[in-house]
Ligand binder design. Structure first.
Ligand SMILES: [Zn+2]
Ligand SMILES: [Zn+2]
Length: 184
């Protein structure tokens, strides 16, 4: 293994790097055998609730390139078409899946230096007290919808405390209704 290659990355049979990740307690471990893409900071209220963090960094992969190598996470259906997973022991969020994409919470990677964020998404729900120095494109919703509304999240006049509260309340209300209807 060359020294330029991360020690947590090894080559699989096809010659592509295998990337490994884990939850906090190590009870859930996974590996990825294909490229990561759509690396974003997500500011949506649901990711924030799921992780209890101010924002999350995620990337997408083809689900066929993903497998658990240890443990099985708990699945939580947070919306009609959204499945999220977390470790049942330590609580680390692991993945997000909807009809179109499969995302991994980037900070579960063994080697976090592999991540190169390319955008901020869902900035309509971004907390107004966050301050970023980057100049990445900022999308009001997802990465593949309308064009970005600006570059550098700290330069967005649209993000005010009031709009964030309104937008986040709507998101919470929709999700809470779903959770109530689907309570065991
Ligand atoms: Zn765990
Ligand atoms: Zn999100």
């Amino acid at each position: 293994m060359g020294s330029e290659r991360s020690k947590t990355e090894t080559l699989n049979r096809e010659g592509a790097p295998t990337i490994r990740g884990r939850c906090m307690c190590g009870g859930v471990r996974y590996e990825i055998t294909g490229p990561m893409f759509d690396v974003v900071h997500c500011h949506c209220e649901s990711c924030r609730r799921h992780s209890s963090a101010a924002f999350v960094t995620t990337f997408n992969i083809d689900k066929t390139h993903f497998s658990y190598t240890r443990g099985t996470p708990v699945l939580y259906k947070s919306s009609p078409d959204v499945e999220r997973t977390h470790c049942g022991r330590c609580g680390s969020p692991i993945s997000y899946k909807n009809a179109r994409e499969f995302s991994i919470f980037a900070c579960t990677l063994e080697d976090l230096t592999l991540v190169k964020p390319q955008a901020h998404i869902m900035v309509g729900e971004m907390l107004p007290w966050l301050d970023f120095g980057d100049d990445l494109p900022c999308f009001e919703k997802g990465l593949h919808g309308k064009p970005p509304i600006g570059h550098g999240p700290s330069n967005l006049p649209q993000v005010s405390g009031e709009s964030v509260r309104d937008n986040s309340e709507k998101t919470n209300a929709a999700r809470d209704n779903f959770a109530r209807d689907n309570a065991a």
